[in-house]
Design a protein around this ligand. Structure first.
Ligand SMILES: [Zn+2]
Length: 331
């Protein structure tokens, strides 16, 4: 099924095999002996326990080729899952802290995207993501550093540990990014309260909310998302693996749909959470979402992407064709 992926951290696609390969290639010492010992680290109690491993493994990414290879490995999997457009987060602050050059990281990721577009026909681009539990000053200097590359970016985002790091801290950073012509999105309401969603809308002018599931705790916030046409980029397998919910049936997806909120389905950090975007759609099918509802998520993902209008029309046409073919197949 043709679809767009709108919530994907490129560093979260680092499979343990590739991490070990890159560690060898770059002479980076990891504290685990071999694949089994590394895999044993993938049991998470919450967002923080995942983030600890996630940031530790990022140290293996050292060169433009590493970032290109990481991007290509993701695009190959995304293509297999029907992704035609991808808007991809990356965390420059972590790479800068690891001693890497901002333009080198960009060069590798953009090379991967260009090869992927040619090879798989996937359009899309990069969203600069602010790591919210690092000092605000670090976010500010990263945005300054990115300014001369604004033309190579589609947006700015806000990720990492949520509780205690409200969107209000980053009002100035987002204002700067907006002045650079970047689209604005923010993680809010993953573990944090509905009020963080309100802050992301009022103070950061977020055009989409990443996760956003705690918006359901406030009827006012939920109604506002519907009224203003703000989509949520929901990541079911991520929410289960990080124990935001114990069971996918607890996710308020259907309640959002009933109240007119646009939901999209995404994979977040698929190498860590047990599945790429196709597995996330499948997980919802397994708990009773029908083919039409799944196609609705795909349609939302295209409509709420930052692709050019012409590209959106093309992708919506491909989705409509796919739906027709499936209907005929069933008949
Ligand atoms: Zn995320």
């Amino acid at each position: 099924m043709p679809k767009a992926e709108l919530h994907l951290h490129i560093e979260g696609t680092l499979e343990p095999e590739l991490a070990l390969d890159l560690a060898r290639r770059n002479g980076v010492q990891l504290p685990w002996n071999g694949l089994d010992e590394l895999r044993a680290q993938y049991r998470f109690e919450n967002l923080q326990s995942f983030l600890n491993l996630y940031y530790q493994l990022m140290a293996v990414l050292r060169t433009a080729d590493d970032f290109r290879d990481l991007m290509l490995a993701y695009l190959e999997r995304a293509h297999a899952d029907g992704v035609r457009h991808a808007e991809i987060f990356f965390d420059p602050q972590v790479h800068l802290d690891n001693g890497l050059d901002f333009d080198m990281v960009m060069a590798g990721l953009l090379e991967g995207l260009a090869i992927g577009e040619e090879r798989y026909g996937i359009s899309g681009g990069l969203i600069l993501s602010i790591v919210r539990d690092k000092p605000v000053e670090s976010a500010r200097s990263m945005i300054d550093l990115a300014e001369h590359r604004a033309g190579d970016l589609i947006g700015v985002g806000l990720d990492s540990a949520e509780v205690g790091y409200p969107p209000s801290l980053f009002e100035e950073c987002f204002a700067h990014a907006r002045a650079m012509g970047l689209h604005c999105v923010a993680h809010a309401g993953e573990e944090g309260p509905a009020d963080y969603v309100t802050q992301a809308l009022d103070l950061l002018h977020a055009e989409r909310i990443d996760h956003g599931i705690h918006a359901i705790d406030s009827p006012e916030v939920t109604a506002r998302l519907a009224r203003e046409g703000i989509a949520l980029t929901v990541c079911p397998l991520s929410n289960r693996r990080l124990q935001v919910v114990d069971d996918l049936r607890e996710l308020p997806i259907r309640r959002f749909l009933d109240q007119g909120v646009a939901v999209t389905v995404n994979s977040d950090d698929p190498a860590y959470f047990g599945g790429y975007i196709g597995a996330n759609y499948q997980a919802l099918a397994d708990i009773g979402f029908g083919a039409d509802e799944l196609a609705g998520f795909a349609e939302n993902s295209i409509k709420h992407s930052f692709a050019a209008e012409e590209r959106k029309r093309q992708l919506l046409g491909q989705l409509a064709e796919w739906r027709n073919a499936v209907t005929k197949g069933i008949a």
